[in-house]
Design a protein around this ligand. Structure first.
Ligand code: AMP
Ligand code: GLY
Length: 434
């Protein structure tokens, strides 16, 4: 079959790379893709927000499967339009995508179905929000823009002054545009963060291996939040007991909640959790694979990914055997453009990619483009250098050695990917610093 992947980031490169290895697949097409995607798929210059262009392409090329990568087109209803045209799609329709597209909507659903989360209040007017903050005695409080804000719409505020400033930024200065029409103010949850990914057809769930992102731009989790600066898997903090708890208290109730609300969810539910002393609690839902989490996961997934995606799209996930995972560790280091997550430069020539010969290394492209025969930077997160190793320390060494072979002006990374460990959670291979 032919498969269409929609999107242009590292996530889509990783999906195309894995899908292209399937015995069921003759060709992978990616719209619009990037310079790296072009090595494993045919790229078509249709942007991810061009719903009618994508629909035309999908109808014309007789794809056996369409995988929609990013949240934007999912929230815009691209999956609904494609399904209405009789196409097989991995990715929720607009009603399911609201779980990510509106934090107010998802918090209401979570509360209605008594899924563990933080207590929160919704505000549609900045004055009331600020009066509420003035009356708070417990700090910090977390101010969240309702809509999509590229991972930047959450403000952890230490006191009322910070809280008022966050409300002004979101609701008055419109820092995230219409995403700030409404806000949530949520209690601060303490604990270790974790993410889980569950592929689902709306009835059955298939939980993927745990993977840990590094959200802040600087070492030791310092500096502003980003889309993600690096990953590792497996994650030793999620032991079997905790895994079971997350499945029973969070994932299964979330799927039930969607069914009861009439949401036909066929795709991946990505749940952001805080592991508090009183158990795991939801801090957010996303409705797509994490980026760069999926770059790590495809390196460890030994099974063919295509039957899994097809079964979820067809509502037949119960027929799928649990996938096989490589027991080795993976570490993925994001190489970013100087200035990211603030203003950054584009158009710098990237050198050294061809020099990487280590077979345990795969470099996934995110913000890159091919121009005049050169691969150039074209985004804040430019590449994700992944490596498999016998333990996490070996994977780290291999990933950083490959990262060092790549050059452009202003390139930077975090130097502690895979080393971030809390004393509360000792790890198994003894390589981590405390
Ligand atoms: P989100 O986009 O909702 O995942 O939030 C971004 C980050 O803000 C999370 O990864 C957490 O570090 C932090 N965060 C969000 N909600 C809370 C909360 N209720 N308590 C503590 N930290 C939070
Ligand atoms: N890496 C976090 C995300 O994809 O939202």
């Amino acid at each position: 079959m032919k498969v269409l992947v929609v999107g242009s980031g590292g996530r889509e490169h990783a999906l195309c790379w894995k899908i292209a290895q399937s015995k069921d697949v003759e060709e992978v097409v990616c719209a619009p893709g990037n310079a790296g995607v072009a090595s494993v798929a045919r790229t078509v210059a249709i942007q991810e927000d061009d719903t009618s262009g994508l629909l035309e392409l999908a109808k014309a090329e007789h794809f056996g499967l369409i995988v929609i990568g990013p949240e934007g087109p999912l929230c815009n209803g691209l999956a609904d339009e494609m399904r209405a045209a009789g196409l097989r799609v991995f990715g929720p329709g607009a009603s399911g995508a609201r779980l990510e597209g509106s934090k107010v909507f998802s918090k209401d659903l979570i509360d209605r179905h008594r899924i563990p989360t933080g207590a929160a209040r919704m505000f549609g007017r900045s004055g009331l929000a600020k009066s509420y903050l003035d009356s708070c005695t417990a700090w910090p409080q977390v101010v969240k823009a309702d809509g999509l804000a590229a991972g930047k719409g959450v403000y952890v505020c230490r006191d009322a002054t910070e809280g008022r400033a966050a409300v002004d930024a979101v609701m008055e200065e419109r820092r995230h545009g219409r995403a700030g029409d409404k806000i949530l103010i949520e209690e601060f949850l303490e604990g270790e963060e974790a993410s889980v990914f569950a592929v689902t057809d709306g009835r059955t769930i298939l939980i993927l291996e745990p993977v840990q992102d590094h959200k802040q731009v600087g070492d030791n989790d310092e500096g502003p939040n980003t889309g993600g600066m690096g990953v590792f898997s497996p994650v030793d903090t999620l032991n079997k007991r905790l895994h079971k708890q997350i499945e029973q208290r969070i994932l299964i109730p979330s799927i039930h909640a969607m069914r009861q609300e009439g949401i036909d969810f066929r795709g991946v539910l990505f749940v952001g959790l805080m592991l508090t002393d009183s158990g795991p609690r939801v801090i957010e839902y996303n409705v797509r694979f994490g980026d760069p989490e999926i770059q790590a996961l495809v390196r460890r997934l030994k099974s063919d990914i295509v039957p899994i995606l097809v079964a979820a799209a067809d509502g037949e996930l119960e027929k799928i055997e649990p996938p096989e995972w490589d027991s080795r560790a993976v570490v993925g280091v994001v190489a970013a453009a100087g200035g990211y997550p603030g203003e950054y430069r584009k158009g710098d020539v990237i050198d050294g990619l061809d020099a990487i010969e280590d077979e345990s290394v795969v470099v996934f492209h995110a913000g890159t483009k091919l121009e005049d025969g050169d691969i150039k930077t074209n985004g804040g997160r430019v590449l994700c250098v992944t490596a498999l190793g016998q333990g996490r320390s070996e994977a780290r060494e291999l990933a950083y050695a490959a990262y060092d072979q790549i050059h452009w002006d202003g390139k930077f990374c975090r130097t502690d990917i895979g080393n971030r460990v809390r004393a509360r959670y000792p790890v198994d291979d003894g390589i981590n610093e405390y």
